[in-house]
Design a protein around this ligand. Structure first.
Ligand code: A2P
Length: 279
């Protein structure tokens, strides 16, 4: 039973040769241990193996405890963490990453991201530290988050190794076409955070109509839209029923007409971080 659920989540090959499950669980804001444990157990039961964490989420320790308790082998799960925007320098990137490994109770992460671009004069050295972490085998893959085209262009001038991932806010109401197109040209895989627009816009009649037609839920249409755009959605939920629902998005397809209808819903509705990533 579990095997069939797991097989339903396809993997994607990254440009460094590693693979990544095409659905992940967002862990933002889940700091209560009991809630975290319940969420993690329910996620495992429903076939999630990809956990998207960050230093700023304040729960790397809880993820470490949960996966150890689960009895799963380390290579059965995919762990991402992100260097906090607080850790701007080369030195604190290395130091804080060591702490992350301890908290996560692991020798390596599958994916390490720079959480925010940060000040331009510090970016180069921060990326150098990230590249060194990868070279040392402590992160299998490396990438960025919240990078726009300008940030990526600057990175191209100094990176020895380009990111395999750019994790951005992306959903039907914030489609991010330009940055996605730029990443496609560079072979950078997109991950979509807040793929449900933080549940802020759950009453669009067009999405509801498409959901009814497919006997799916509103959220499943939003997540499937990400998959059809070749993005990896990272929905967050602590509710077991919604967790399950959010994983059942690989057994149907949207038609071209539906995709066209959905592409017209873009309003650049940004749920988070408006000011931080503007520059
Ligand atoms: P909850 O944790 O109670 O399920 P996003 O991933 O876009 O940031 O959205 C997260 C928000 O969406 C959370 O408030 C979460 O609440 C809610 N959510 C997650 N999955 C669903 C779903 N299937 N239907 C409705 N709301 C959902």
């Amino acid at each position: 039973m579990l095997q069939s659920v797991l097989m339903a989540v396809p993997s994607i090959k990254l440009h460094d040769g590693n693979t990544i499950p095409s659905l992940g669980l967002g862990l933002w804001k889940v700091k209560d241990e009991l809630r975290f444990n319940k969420m993690f157990d329910s996620a495992i039961k429903n076939g999630y193996r990809h956990f998207d964490d960050a230093q700023t989420y304040g729960n790397e320790q809880l993820l470490g405890k949960s996966w150890k308790r689960s009895g799963l082998n380390r290579n059965d799960i995919f762990i991402t963490t992100k260097i906090s925007p607080q850790h701007l320098s080369y030195k604190s990137t290395h130091a804080s990453f060591k702490e992350s490994l301890l908290k996560l109770q692991t020798d390596y992460v599958d994916l390490l991201l720079v959480h925010f671009p940060g000040p331009s004069w510090l970016r180069k050295n921060k990326w150098r530290a990230i590249e060194e972490i990868k070279q040392a085998g402590l992160a299998k893959s490396i990438g960025v988050s919240n990078f726009n085209i300008k940030h990526l262009q600057a990175l191209e001038t100094y990176a020895h190794e380009m990111p395999v991932i750019n994790q951005i806010e992306m959903h039907v109401f914030m489609q991010q076409k330009q940055v996605r197109e730029y990443c496609r040209m560079l072979n950078i895989q997109i991950e979509a955070y807040s793929p449900l627009a933080h549940a802020q816009l759950m009453n669009n009649p067009k999405i509801q109509e498409i959901a009814t037609k497919h006997h799916k839920t509103y959220s499943q249409i939003m997540l499937r839209w990400c998959v059809e755009q070749s993005a990896i959605p990272l929905p967050k939920s602590t509710n077991p029923n919604r967790l399950k629902q959010n994983s059942q998005i690989f057994d149907f397809e949207l038609t071209n007409e539906e995709l066209n209808q959905l592409s017209r819903l873009n309003t650049n509705h940004k749920t988070l971080w408006r000011s931080i990533i503007a520059k």
